[in-house]
Design a protein around this ligand. Sequence first.
Ligand code: ARG
Length: 262
Amino acid sequence: MKKIIGMMLSGVMAAALVTGCGATDIATGNSNSKIASDTLSDGVLTVGTNAEFPPFEYVGDDGQPDGFDMALIKAVGEELGVEVVVENMEFDSLVSSIGSKTDVAIAGMTVTEERKQSVDFSEPYYNAVQHVLVPKDSPIAAYDDLIGKTIGVQLGTTGDFIVEEIEGATDQQYNKAVDAVNDLVNGRLDAVIVDSNPAGVFASKYPDQIKDLNGEDFGFGIEEYAIALPKGDTALKEAIDVAITNMKEDGTFDKLVDEYME
Ligand code: ARG
């Protein structure tokens, strides 16, 4: 993130920060150190996340955000030769913070047409689908069974948008999906709609109380996760896309999948 203090760096220091450890595109031999992005001119990439979404992001034992996305964006930062600073915030504030509080956001964020009005997205890095968590003895098994039900979601997520469309359903919004899961276990909700991987993590904590149903059986579509970027910063998008492509080609990406996904 460009801060006033960045302008106080001497030319030599600033150049060292930006060019010091730039990565090289394996395919083209181009060096990322010449990234013409204003966003990176101070050598810092400020990243928004919402660390309430395991295994993509959660607060680790040391109190810091950890998870697949955190490891991925740190590796991207290394490729780009910039320092990564993570800001943990509400999911619903991530998109609007880009360009002010943060440079980019990584948060298991689905590419949607609506979000594309305000931000650009990197190439997608992961596919998901919404899952339906229900009590073990629930008869819910198909889309029509959700009509008129009380359904918990995390505010501002694609699960939230799905429930808004379900006829007669009460869309019970929470700041954290885990709070919705607790209310499901306590009998206050008929279902929770949340992305596949977190659904698996949450359900595994309550194997006797919760069933984890694949939303594909409810007609929910495949969603693509990508990093949200400031609109129009094509140099940054290009650099991040190249970094992700390199990580997919050299095995770094698969290593992260093995490390973080169940
Ligand atoms: N994929 C969903 C969306 O983009 C949910 C993401 C929630 N992520 C989080 N870190 N809480 O709306």
